[in-house]
Design a protein around this ligand. Structure first.
Ligand code: ATP
Ligand code: MG
Length: 94
C-alpha cells in the first residue's frame, strides 16, 4: 500500500529538502518505489538528483490539468522518481 510522507516547515533552512531527498533515496535503495514531489518554488529538490528522463510537465500541470503519470520524471537512482517544481515564480502560492 502506498504511503505519503510530507516534509513541511514554516521555518526556512531547517533541512526540509535534505531530509526529503535522503529519505527518498534510502527508501529507493531499499527497493521501495518512491515518488518525490517538489512543491517548492525554490526548486531545490528538483535538481538534487540527476534526471534521467525528463517530462515537460511538473507541479503546475499536476495541480492544474495533467494526469499525474505524465508529470513524473525519472532520476538516475533506480526506483526514485520525481514530479519537479516548475513554479519558479511561485504562482501556486499567490
Ligand atoms: N543534517 C544536517 N547537518 C548539517 N547540515 C545540514 C543537515 N541537513 C541539511 N543541512 C544543510 O543545511 C542547509 C539547509 O538545508 P535544506 O536546504 O535542506 O533546508 P530547507 O529547509 O529545505 O531550506 P529552505 O527553507 O531554503 O527550502 C543546507 O546547506 C544543507 O546542506
Ligand atoms: Mg528547501
Amino acid at each position: 500500500m502506498a504511503k505519503t510522507i510530507g516534509v513541511v516547515s514554516t521555518k526556512g533552512g531547517v533541512g526540509k529538502t535534505s531530509v526529503t531527498a535522503s529519505i527518498g533515496a534510502v527508501l529507493a535503495d531499499m527497493g521501495q518505489k518512491v515518488l518525490l514531489v517538489d512543491g517548492d518554488f525554490q526548486q531545490s529538490l528538483s535538481s538534487y538528483y540527476r534526471i534521467r528522463n525528463k517530462t515537460d510537465f511538473g507541479i503546475i500541470e499536476l495541480i492544474t490539468k495533467v494526469s499525474p503519470d505524465n508529470c513524473i520524471s525519472t532520476t538516475d537512482i533506480p526506483h526514485l522518481h520525481i514530479i519537479q517544481s516548475n513554479d519558479n515564480k511561485a504562482k501556486l502560492l499567490y
